[in-house]
Write a protein that binds this ligand. Structure first.
Ligand code: ADP
Ligand code: MG
Length: 255
């Protein structure tokens, strides 16, 4: 197994047309760290995660994973854009969990977890099935593996999505508001699954509105506003003793 990833962003900017969405993001995540990102809607959090896993290009700044610039190779004093194969190899190191679970409706939980192992990794069906069942067991769904998404609750579906990401052996897990689409009573089972993952030492970047999770599980909390991280630090410092007026105003609304 390769080393866990170290993520570093410095002055990352990104515009859509004339609209500058990222205005200079500085951000570091050490291997094994759980880094939570909070902040108002529309501030650029999702765009930043998409730049991080190379689903979106960025305009300027440094975005490096294990010291390597995302999207480019540096050789002979010049930058070369990655090939599609290099992009795919990079993305496969990152697991991504979205607000909407994006499961295939016609496949069982087990097939949803196994299919990428077969299609992307070329693992044979029976080994993929064994691995899928193991991941479903870890997220507490051993007895639901035969069910299709519509037979599962939203919380269970999101746990299938987490199992599916974990089956690919990611070195970092990115979560983009994984509980925002859930009914309130289903939020905890998903957060509990994420907490177990954190305890196993997984490097995690979590965009969330769940301040309790950020406080309890996060190693750092980063407050994102207007396209940049304007305050970051230990959860207790940022959440209980924010220094910036903008952070105070945001927390006053959500806490
Ligand atoms: P957040 O996740 O913090 O709510 P987003 O990153 O989704 O914020 O969006 C930040 C801003 O970028 C918003 O104003 C949004 O409308 C805009 N935006 C996001 N994606 C695109 C896109 N593909 N094209 C144009 N504008 C976009
Ligand atoms: Mg978002």
């Amino acid at each position: 197994m390769s080393l866990p990833l170290h993520v570093q962003a410095q002055g990352v900017t990104k515009s859509f047309g004339s609209h500058q969405v990222l205005t200079g993001v500085n951000f570091t995540v050490a291997p094994g760290e759980v880094s939570c990102i909070i902040g108002p809607s529309g501030s650029g959090k999702s765009t930043f995660l998409r730049c991080l896993n190379a689903l979106e290009t960025y305009d300027a700044g440094t975005l490096a994973v294990n010291g390597q610039q995302v999207g480019y190779d540096y050789r002979d004093g010049k930058y070369y854009e990655w090939s599609n194969k290099q992009f795919a190899a990079f993305r496969s190191k990152l697991g991504m969990v979205f607000q909407r679970f994006n499961l295939f409706g016609h496949l069982s939980a087990e097939e949803n977890v196994a299919c990428a192992l077969v299609e992307v990794r070329g693992i044979n069906r029976s080994a993929a099935r064994t691995r899928a069942l193991e991941e479903l067991r870890k997220v507490g769904l051993a007895n639901h593996s035969h069910k299709r998404p519509h037979q599962l609750s939203g919380g269970q579906q999101q746990r299938v999505a987490i199992a599916r990401a974990l089956a690919m052996d990611p070195e970092v897990m990115l979560f983009d508001e994984p509980t925002s689409a859930l009914d309130p009573e289903l939020v905890d089972e998903v957060l509990e699954t994420m907490k177990l993952l954190a305890q196993e030492g997984m490097t995690m970047i979590v965009v969330t509105h769940e301040m309790g999770f950020a406080r309890e599980v996060g190693d750092t909390v980063n407050f994102f506003d207007n396209g940049a991280i304007v305050e970051s630090g230990k959860p207790n410092d940022v959440l209980s003793n924010p220094q910036m007026d903008r952070t105070k105003a945001f927390l006053a609304k959500v806490l």
